[in-house]
Design a protein. Structure first.
Length: 124
């Protein structure tokens, strides 16, 4: 078994996070998910709404964050163990994007909190 440094391990975590998010949520990969999804009408407190649900097992794997996360980890971790030089390029790119997205989420949430509290002060 190959030794993995702590920094490489952190990079693998960040890369897996970003790849998972890309597969499950991002608009750019919607064309991959779309053939495996169907629209159903459901009744909610707000009336009838259309919801997108998986057609089958593969659709579920593309829409489930936890499932896609396992497959992303297998792909990136296994790829790194088998082909470290080639896979490291992808890990580097995805880990930078993953770290950036975590920072952006944190900053964005805090900016919204600041705006919220500023609005409260104006109302007083």
């Amino acid at each position: 078994m190959r030794d993995i440094s702590w920094i490489t391990y952190v990079m693998l975590i960040l890369a897996s996070y970003r790849l998972t998010h890309l597969i499950v949520f991002d608009k750019i990969t919607e064309f991959i998910r779309k053939p495996f999804m169907k629209k159903v009408k459901v009744e909610t407190n707000h009336g009838m709404e259309t919801k997108e649900v998986p057609k089958g097992m593969f659709g579920y794997l593309l829409k489930c964050y936890w499932c896609a996360g396992v497959w992303s980890a297998i792909l990136l971790g296994g790829g790194y163990l088998l082909f470290p030089r080639v896979t490291f390029v992808f890990i580097l790119i995805f880990s930078i994007a993953g770290g950036q997205s975590i920072l952006e989420t944190f900053v964005g949430v805090n900016i919204k909190k600041v705006d919220y509290y500023a609005d409260l002060d104006k109302k007083k």
